[in-house]
Ligand binder design. Structure first.
Ligand code: CTP
Length: 401
């Protein structure tokens, strides 16, 4: 997909810069033309000679060439690029980007770039977890910058945690996927449930769960990008749906989610059950705030909620494809296979809580697809955006069988 695309690769001064030769090579192999702009410190981690050899283009670092005064124009670099990829992006450069600081050519190129910008953060775990970094990344996200999430593992500091730059393959795949404009879901309607449900106890309290809705929303964006009309039934979440093909139906409780899903299911070609539906709700909702009792424990009676997936599984029409998710802590494959059959899914996507950085609240996920035909397909730990792409690729293969 990168054939003929112009990628401007910005390298900032972090140890992960040594991986940029491999990254540039992957982009070149995928057909891209790559030019490199480096911060002065990045030169100490990977040499301009290495990068120039891999990309077959001269590297720019300074605003002008001290030998002959030739001007390196950040404006023309920005105009040339179809995509600007900054990898690794250090905490320092991320901070500068978020605040409009323009004290090197990499940053002036960022400010003048009109093309999409991707960054692959890389730093020590504490720097990554610092509220300042979180704030700066949020600012960049809000400015439309795409973030290729860092991974967890051993860091240059000797510590272990999240902050390691995503592998060159993951970054190259994210860039590639961005340019991919398959419309292989054109004409299809997809209904998706996502996020948690809140079951009210009284006007100010509820029983809920940690689901962020990110996985379901990523699937919604992927389907919409590929041409589907998407109806996204969302529990209470802060994540936003962006694509114009997505119609969002906001609900709060399992009963509201069930009503919306049953109403929309009949017109769906594909149904995705990714919501973390509360299995039980309080038998009654107090119409006033429940007061603390002076003594003794409090008991809340719970009644079962409908199993939305099982209901839709029973209503399933010929040619309709339904899949759901299973989050398991033990006997993962056995439990997931049972769920898949009970709910009449075509396949089930298994998240294991035993996998680090996967599942609830994380931006990354590691899944295994268990199919009714008995096949099992494991995937690597990836950003939820790339996991959504894998799942939809699988869905389409299955639809076309
Ligand atoms: N699901 C649903 N409605 C429910 C419960 C679950 O639609 N009331 C869907 C979920 O969206 C998911 C799948 O069913 O796709 C499996 O969810 P999970 O909570 O793992 O299944 P349960 O049947 O509730 O099993 P468990 O006993 O493990 O909670």
């Amino acid at each position: 997909m990168l054939n003929g695309k112009h990628i401007l690769l910005g390298i900032t001064g972090g140890i992960a810069a040594y991986k940029c030769a491999a990254l540039a090579r992957l982009l070149v192999k995928k057909g891209a033309e790559v030019k490199v702009v480096m911060t002065p410190i990045a030169r100490q981690f990977v040499t301009p000679l290495t990068m120039a050899t891999v990309t077959k283009n001269p590297i720019v670092v300074d605003f002008f060439d001290p030998e002959n005064g030739a001007w390196n124009s950040h404006v023309s670099l920005g105009m040339w690029a179809d995509l600007y990829l900054i990898a690794p992006a250090t905490a320092n450069s991320i901070g500068k980007m978020a605040h409009g600081v323009a004290d090197n050519l990499l940053l002036t190129s960022y400010l003048s770039a009109k093309c999409p910008v991707f960054i692959a953060p890389a730093m020590d775990l504490d720097m990554y977890a610092h509220p300042t970094t979180t704030r700066n990344l949020e600012t960049l996200k809000a400015d439309g910058v795409h973030i290729v999430e860092p991974e967890s593992g051993f860091l240059a500091s000797g510590l272990e945690g999240k902050g390691r730059m995503a592998e060159p393959e993951t970054i190259a795949e994210a860039v590639d996927a961005f340019f991919e404009e398959k419309q292989d879901l054109a004409g299809k309607t997809v209904v998706i449930t996502a996020g948690p449900t809140y079951e009210k106890l009284d006007p100010v309290r509820f029983i809920g769960n940690y689901s962020s809705g990110k996985m379901g929303f990523a699937i919604a964006e992927e389907c919409a990008k590929r041409g589907a009309k998407v109806k996204l039934i969302a529990g209470p979440v802060s994540v936003k749906a962006v694509h114009e093909n997505i119609e969002r139906i906001d609900v709060e409780s399992a009963l509201e989610m069930r009503d919306a899903a049953v109403r929309l299911a009949n017109d769906a070609d594909i149904i995705v059950l990714s919501a973390a539906v509360a299995d039980y709700r309080p038998a009654t909702m107090a119409d006033h705030k429940i007061k603390r009792e002076k003594t003794g424990a409090m008991t809340i009676e719970l009644v079962p909620n409908p199993d939305i997936a099982a209901e839709l599984g029973k209503m399933k029409k010929d040619g309709q494809l339904i899949f759901g998710f299973a989050l398991e802590t033990n006997d993962e494959q056995f439990n997931a296979t049972g769920k898949c059959e009970r709910k009449n899914f075509d396949f089930i996507v298994l998240n294991s809580l035993n996998d680090k950085n996967a599942g609830f609240r994380y931006d990354t996920n590691k899944v295994t697809i268990i199919d009714r035909d008995g096949s099992i397909t494991p995937y690597d730990l990836k950003s939820k955006v790339l996991v959504a792409k894998d799942i939809i690729d699988y869905t389409i293969k299955k639809l076309n069988k």
